[in-house]
Design a protein around this ligand. Structure first.
Ligand code: IPM
Ligand code: MG
Length: 359
């Protein structure tokens, strides 16, 4: 198989985790006789420094003309005080919107070797296997009007939370389809006791449920969900929710696993999908070979599954990650006494070594 991948390392540890992960992907390519070619593109702070904008047209063009996009992370203190349209984060939002990536899949699965790494009790987290399906191109993030204004002699900032039926329906369908392939339980999270957008959300999810009678649907308010995720995370299979709630809940779900450095994501919905670790650019450890590359490597496993339909390759990659963790190799974020501390590159090398032993 021949595929072209647009690689956007971005800022901070994005650079390191992406380059380490590509060495792993190349190993998969060799092992299974695939040819992946890479076109590099700038986004975020890196693009601001080189081109003066967070998302250059050239990047968008490359992202639209390939088979999948890999993104590291964007952002950093250097650009934090930039005006809104010149913040590195705009690149991410622009890519999501322009590529039509309305369905963001964020799995939070506990690797058994890491059950001790969670801040929660082992018996609460062991066996947790949740997928957060976050709506990614609507809601408060993109709703108009938004901005700053002077009202009654003072400055106000405002955003609009808006969802149309079709926006809710397509993410609901995607979530039901994922649930159908898993344990067939879907929890739709909203704030229907307060928000009109949530009332519409709930109505459309209920309508959509008629086409998925085999999936058990429940509804939960977002505040309760954030509590239930800590109290009893094993009750969840797939969670579907709007953009902002999903941003928050997916970080919370990620932390159940001990480190956000482990969590992968796939953003689907358009012609080209984008894969990125859930973690950010971590400027405090950037450039020190300390970052955990597993989130990005696991994102590549998702790419193999969702974009290239290479499930055997994807399974082997996930197995290699698991084996390395079982052998007690750790990066700093998941290190505990008695395990072996590795850098970013060395962790990727261990996974590569493991790949060579798997069939
Ligand atoms: C995420 C991030 C982004 C978001 C930021 C960096 C714009 O937190 O992917 O979860 O809020 O969506
Ligand atoms: Mg977030």
């Amino acid at each position: 198989m021949k595929k072209t991948i647009t690689v956007i390392p971005g800022d901070g540890i994005g650079q390191e985790v992406v380059s380490a992960s590509l060495t792993v992907l190349e190993t998969i390519a060799k092992k299974f006789n695939h040819t992946f070619s890479y076109q590099y593109a700038l986004a975020g702070g890196a693009a601001l420094d080189a081109k003066g904008v967070p998302l250059p047209d050239e990047t968008l063009k490359l992202a639209k003309s390939c088979d999948a996009v890999i993104l590291g992370a964007v952002g950093g203190p250097k650009w934090d005080s930039n005006p809104q349209h010149l913040k590195p984060e705009r690149a991410l939002l622009g890519l999501r919107k322009e590529l039509g990536l309305y369905a963001n899949i964020r799995p939070a699965k506990i690797y058994s070797a890491l059950a001790e790494a969670s801040t929660l009790k082992k018996e609460v987290v062991s066996g947790v296997d949740i997928v957060v399906m976050r709506e990614l191109t609507g809601g408060l993030y993109f709703g108009k009007p938004s901005g700053f204004e002077r009202r009654n002699g003072e400055e106000v900032g405002f955003n609009t939370m808006i969802y149309s039926e079709s926006e809710v329906r397509r993410i609901a369908v995607a979530a039901f389809e994922i649930a159908r392939k898993r344990r067939k339980k879907l929890c739709s999270v909203d704030k229907a006791n307060v928000l009109e957008t949530s009332q519409l959300w709930r109505k459309v999810v209920l309508e959509t449920a008629k086409d998925f009678p085999d999936v058990e649907l429940s509804h939960m308010y977002v505040d309760n969900c954030s509590m239930q995720l800590i109290r009893n995370p094993k009750q969840f299979d797939v969670i579907v929710t709007e953009n902002m709630f999903g941003d928050i809940l997916s970080d919370e779900a990620a932390m159940l696993t001990g480190s956000i450095g482990m969590l992968a994501s796939a953003s689907l919905g358009g012609n080209v999908a984008m894969y990125e670790p859930v973690h950010g650019s971590a400027p405090d450890i950037a450039g020190q070979n300390k970052a955990n590359p597993i989130a990005t490597i696991a994102s590549l496993a998702m790419m193999l599954t969702y974009s290239f339909h290479l499930s055997e390759e994807s399974d082997i990659l996930e197995q290699a990650i698991e084996n390395v963790l079982n052998k007690n190799f750790r990066t700093g974020d998941i290190y505990t006494e008695g395990t072996t501390l590795l850098g970013t590159k060395e962790m990727a090398e261990k996974i590569i070594h493991e790949l060579s032993t798997l069939h």
